[in-house]
Design a protein around this ligand. Sequence first.
Ligand code: FES
Length: 252
Amino acid sequence: MSDFIKVAAITDLPDPGRQLVEVEDRIVALFHVGGEFYCIDDVCTHDGGPLSEGKLVDFAIACPRHGAKFDIRTGKALTMPATEDTIAHEVKIENGQVYVRVRDSQPHAPGAPDPTPPPLDSSSQWPAEVHTTAAKHEAPAIPEPPASKELSEDLVREELKKVIDPELFVNIVDLGLIYNVDLLPAEGKTNIKIDMTMTSPMCPAGPQLIANSKQVVGALPGVAAVEVKIVLDPPWTPDKMTDEARDQLGIF
Ligand code: FES
């Protein structure tokens, strides 16, 4: 087991405050909250986001990339899209100095009581079933298109709300993934061109979202063909979500 390493004086950090510190060639995030110090890996388990740069509310840090929250006391993943805890490191205070001993994994010993503190607030918790692989990748059923409505950009966007991100359980329009919709005449019918982005460049749900988008829009009366182009510039950021999506994800 590694040793405790001095990383800061207790006066170096305001309360609340956070800073990155180096311990044995490892960069970790140190927090000072409510008179106590905590230390977790600076890596979001969803897709590597820098947790130290996120918004801190009480003991919850929100990843700046897609909004997953972690408990800084335990490293516990509190909300999607993170499903795995990050590592919480040992901290001790001696003579006004803060010491950290890094761990390589979470210390939950088999049979030991769950060290998780009480929930931060009930609205930030996700139902347990969303943490299962089966639930995470379950393909949502797609409702039928409306019988007769004039084809328009608004109608296409309404239809695209039927496409649900299988990791976040929020529709792709409210997530802010649809950058542009064009309607182009095509011999008495209409071609639809959609510019769509992803929450991360390596998003594994991409092919499914494209196929489902083509399916729902292609089923609209008067549509000849649907093209979905993936656009990564500008990159997606959480501020592109609607308030409704933020509510669903429990983002502050
Ligand atoms: S990288 Fe942190 S929520 Fe996606």
